[in-house]
Design a binder for this molecule. Structure first.
Ligand code: PMP
Length: 384
């Protein structure tokens, strides 16, 4: 597996490899540790120092609708979208959140009608991101409730549709499917970045969610942002975050600004070294190449097939290489998750995404070490 350039050469790695059957490989979560090597190479370029007297106030910019938004962070968000070409920022209000997860709830709060006789339905086409149903319903809100698969949604009246593109779990590019007059759309574009999918055009929607978790891989920073067209919606989302956490950590916003600036700089000064998206694209390409080979050899599983498309960022026709593998067990195996668990590989069953347990979702964003062990394990399955 030389081309993967993974750190399996040392003795400790070989020792754990020889005990490989015992080791549990957990690829259930999408923890994006894959980019750690890039950020290590960047050294101090993304380090920040925050003196004790700084960022003391609740407020960042009292004149902004989103009064806890750090201007430096907002500036870098706009710059990065312009560099990548994946979202229109003109005429948009930026709302920052503690991860895009908080903004998801803020969006539901902001879009729900106040005077409705019953909670508005929140729908998404299956397979949908497994957290949407639980995040929607865990507080039993009187404003909104989970309405299931958007493909089979037939109720009249207003509804909220979540459009995830490219989609978690299956990686396909998506548009809304209900398409009725009173639909309110939330576009979750967590994965609309060049390492995962060809950038076709700048996204131009009413309410779009992004996160550093999947773009730069800094999930622990807990920073997401929304681009919001309507001022009233931006105000309500801000109000939700005020009621929920009285703002968003300034320390994290300042760190996020530094990280986003480093990404944009790396794209602008490519001659001086690998840009972040070159690094991350190549990383995903290597992983997908080796994964496809392992799956093909096994003959037991199948993968979705994606159409190549022109990427405006890389100025080439490229294939999607999603952050997750959406694997289907072929043949007699009905419960793919249990089957793989029997081989000490932890995945997430299709049933959590509103579809058959013949499918599982497997993270492609874990460490090199875990990913290499996973490929070895997958290869061992077909030979046993
Ligand atoms: N939306 C989608 C589609 C995701 O996959 C994730 C992370 N798994 C999130 C939102 C949440 O991201 P964050 O870490 O920004 O809360």
């Amino acid at each position: 597996r030389g081309a993967l350039n993974l750190s399996l050469g040392d003795d400790s790695a070989r020792a754990s490899h020889s005990q490989g059957r015992e080791r549990i490989i957990n690829l259930d979560h999408g923890d994006p540790t894959v980019y750690e090597t890039f950020w290590r190479q960047m050294g101090d370029k993304t380090s920040i120092t925050i003196p004790g007297w700084q960022s003391i106030s609740y407020f960042s910019d009292a004149t902004n609708i989103c009064w806890f938004l750090e201007p430096e962070f907002a500036k870098e968000v706009v710059r990065l979208h312009n560099v990548v070409g994946n979202a229109v920022t003109e005429g948009r209000h930026v709302v920052v959140g503690t991860g895009s997860s908080q903004l998801f709830l803020a969006a539901l709060y902001a879009l729900s009608p106040r005077d409705a006789a019953e909670p508005i339905s929140v729908v998404s086409a299956a397979p949908y991101y497994s957290s949407y149903p639980s995040m929607t319903d865990y507080q039993k809100s009187g404003l909104y409730k989970w309405g299931g698969d958007a493909e089979s949604y037939e109720k009249e009246g207003p509804y909220i549709e979540l459009v995830t593109s490219p989609n978690n779990p299956d990686g396909f590019v998506r548009g809304s499917v209900v398409n009725r007059r009173q639909g309110l759309l939330v576009h979750d574009l967590a994965y609309y970045w060049p390492q995962y999918t060809p950038i076709s055009s700048p996204a131009d929607h009413d309410l779009t969610l992004f996160t550093v978790s999947k773009s730069t891989g800094h999930a622990g920073m807990r920073i997401g942002w929304a681009l919001v067209k309507d001022e009233e919606v931006a105000k309500k989302m801000t109000k939700f975050i005020e009621l929920n956490t009285i703002g968003v950590s300034k320390d994290s916003q300042l760190r996020a600004a530094k990280v986003l600036r480093a990404v944009s700089d790396s794209c602008d000064q490519e001659r001086e070294g690998d840009s972040f998206f070159n690094f991350s694209y190549n990383k995903m390409a290597h992983r997908w190449h080796h994964l496809r080979a392992a799956v093909q050899r096994s003959g037991m599983f199948s993968l979705p097939s994606f159409s190549p498309a022109f990427c405006t960022f890389f100025a080439q026709v490229l294939e999607p290489q999603p952050a997750f593998v959406w694997l289907k067990c072929e043949g007699e195996i009905e419960d793919c998750e249990s089957y793989l668990r029997g081989h000490n590989i932890l995945t997430r069953s299709g049933k959590h995404f509103g579809v058959s347990p013949k499918y599982v979702r497997i993270s492609m964003l874990d460490t090199d070490d875990n990913f290499t062990h996973f490929l070895d394990r997958l290869s061992a399955i077909q030979s046993s």
